[in-house]
Design a protein around this ligand. Structure first.
Ligand code: PMP
Length: 361
């Protein structure tokens, strides 16, 4: 197999050693004569995986008993609804900070459930940045403040968390969870679809503070209550066993890399490799995000015209660099360089970008 560099936004690249381990264990999980896909979710084998994955996540996020880790289904999109259903009582309102397409989606869903306000929006500058503290019109009585830590489509990321006072802070971290050390204690709830930095599609991670959990509504269908899943350690019904098994392997891989500080250092270097080419290109490549708000995970940029963008994607694909077309809603180019992408992949893309510009600039 020749080298493929996978820049897909999600489902996305997974660490090769994780895939190899899963392949190795596929037919015979730990000498049980069957795969993990075929075992009961009530088996001791799966109990161990479920507990290990939650423990690893807690270790990496540096949290203790005050937080609960859940493995749910329905994607981050289900959390857009589950969060307000649980945490937005009828007599209250929630604040949403709009930084791109995913924050907008979360906000729209909250409005379907209850009352919510846009506490700030950077839509006017095409979502090139996150708002400054001074631009936040926060409601001190809000049920929570919701942010999107990394906008996967626009390629914009929070690099300093907003100060929201005593209001619980909630974040959709789907596209940058575990890409850098996190002051988890600042958050009442974090959610993330696994299919970017954590594993395959099919499982969504929710990390919820116990005090926030205690405020949630009991008047919901049982599957929609966070409390149900906390009480049952994510085993109320049949969980996505294979996805959680894979997440557990990815978390072990992150620990082996030296944890989040080491991962962040690698991610910074990878992103800088690409942004340097953009900045040195005399506007042949135009980065979407304002430099101080650039994402370390999704590098978004334009070329002088769409014909060149199409050619860029086609030629890159022919050279084994796949998944570079921007999201269908915004066009352009997007290189998603999650944790599992090696520096080598960014070096290859940077070399291609420089060469492409020389030939077409
Ligand atoms: N939030 C963000 C930041 C995302 O990037 C995505 C998916 N790309 C979603 C939410 C939606 O996730 P899902 O497809 O798991 O519902």
């Amino acid at each position: 197999m020749s080298a493929i560099y996978n820049f897909n936004a999600g489902p996305a690249i997974l660490p090769a050693p994780v895939l190899e381990r899963a392949q190795h264990e596929m037919r015979d999980y730990q000498g049980r004569g069957m795969s993990i896909l075929e075992m009961s979710h009530r088996s001791p084998e799966y109990e161990t995986i479920n507990a290990e994955a939650a423990e690893r996540l807690k270790r990496l996020l540096d949290i203790g008993e005050e937080y609960h880790v859940l493995f749910l289904q329905g994607g981050a999109s289900m959390q857009f609804a589950m969060l307000p259903l649980n945490a937005l009582p009828p007599d209250t309102s929630a604040d949403y900070i709009l930084t791109g397409a995913w924050a907008e989606k979360a906000y729209e869903e909250a409005l379907r459930v209850g009352r919510a306000r846009a506490a700030a929006s950077t839509a006017d500058n095409s979502y090139r940045s996150v708002p400054s503290q001074a631009d936040l019109a926060l409601d001190p009585n809000a049920a929570y403040v919701h942010i999107t830590s990394n906008e996967t489509i626009q390629g914009v990321q929070w690099h300093a968390w907003p100060d929201v006072g005593d209001v619980p802070l909630v974040a959709d971290m789907s596209s940058d969870i575990l890409s850098r050390p996190l002051e988890t204690q600042r958050f009442a709830l974090i959610y993330a679809g696994a299919q970017k930095n954590l594993g395959p599609a099919g499982v969504t991670i929710v990390v919820i503070h116990d005090a926030f959990l205690r405020r949630t509504s009991p008047n919901l269908p049982v599957m929609l209550r966070y409390v149900t899943h906390v009480k049952n350690r994510s085993l109320y019904n049949t969980p996505p066993v294979f996805a959680v098994y894979m997440v557990n392997l990815v978390l072990a891989w992150i620990e082996e890399q030296g944890g989040l500080a080491a991962i962040e250092e690698r991610n910074r270097r990878k992103a800088a490799t690409l942004y340097q080419v953009i900045d040195a290109s005399d506007s042949f490549y135009r980065g979407h995000a304002a430099p101080e708000h650039r994402s370390l995970m999704n590098v978004t940029f334009r070329l002088p015209d769409e014909t060149l963008e199409k050619r860029f994607v086609a030629e890159a694909t022919a050279q084994g660099m796949v998944g570079l077309a921007g999201h269908r809603s915004v066009g352009g180019i997007r290189a998603s360089i999650y944790n599992a992408m090696a520096q080598e992949g960014c070096d290859a893309l940077a070399a291609f970008m420089t060469d492409f510009m020389r030939r077409n600039g």
